[in-house]
Design a protein. Structure first.
Length: 247
């Protein structure tokens, strides 16, 4: 139903009588917004911008608010996200797990262990503390600045300091890292653990030497961080360095 933008006042009563009851109420409200003009010599009605009542009030609510309704009773099944494989998934990774006894046995049996730690770090500290409680002392080394492992750990190795272009080139000698630490151990110490960080950058021959180091120095244990995994795990270093197959 359209409304004429310009209509005479005499015809307005005819429009009201011909419209429905709900429309009559609407047009009665529009009487407040009528502006009568006398410039044309007759009373004219100027209707402002008002939409005609083309549907009922119930239809207005449905068409206006239906797009904003939220269906809280959704029957769609939620997709399964993270699945727990075992009871170990419910235990925090920083807690001591029941594999500490097997860890201590493998260290004493194989004497050279390759470990794989999670990327976020911190899990290997629990196993380190258990070795420390057994009476071991630690030597922490980084594989990136280790150089030749045999020379650095068992022999006097040279170090050339930076001369900065103004000093003569010098060469200093340091004592072997392992033998020097073994000579400084207290009498009640159980042994020395050489903990090698970032051992994944070492070659096979360098890993083989680290696996044979406990046989050269009986009081030495070697722990090498050879990579990362989802949980803390370890293997014999001889197996990683392919020494077991050669034997």
């Amino acid at each position: 139903m359209s409304i004429p933008l310009l209509c005479e006042s005499s015809r307005f009563s005819t429009i009201l009588s011909s419209s429905s009851s709900s429309s009559n109420v609407y047009y009665m409200i529009l009487l407040q917004d009528f502006i009568f003009s006398k410039e044309m010599g007759s009373r004219t009605v100027c209707i402002q911008r008002v939409a005609p009542p083309c549907f009922e009030a119930s239809q207005v609510k449905i068409k206006t608010f239906r797009p904003f309704l939220v269906n809280t009773r959704s029957t769609r099944r939620r997709s399964n996200g993270v699945r727990c494989s075992s009871i170990a998934d419910f235990i925090g990774g920083d807690l001591v797990k029941p594999d500490i006894g097997r860890w201590l046995q493998d260290v004493e049996e194989h004497k050279a262990i390759a470990i794989y730690t999670p990327h976020e770090g911190g899990y290997e500290g629990r196993y380190l503390n258990r070795l420390k409680m057994q009476g071991y002392y630690f030597l922490d080394l980084s594989a990136r600045g280790l150089g030749d492992p045999e020379t650095t750990l068992l022999k006097n190795y040279p170090v050339c300091p930076a001369h900065l272009g103004k000093q003569p080139i010098a060469r200093w000698y340091y004592p072997p890292e392992v033998d020097y630490r073994l000579s400084a151990l207290p009498p009640n110490a159980k042994g020395l653990v050489v903990w090698v960080l970032e051992a994944k950058v070492l070659s096979k021959s360098e890993l083989q030497f680290l696996a044979l180091l406990p046989s050269l120095r009986p009081n030495v244990r070697v722990i090498a961080e050879c990579g990362n995994w989802r949980k803390f795990m370890w293997k014999p270093l001889a197996e990683i360095a392919n020494l077991a197959s050669q034997e």
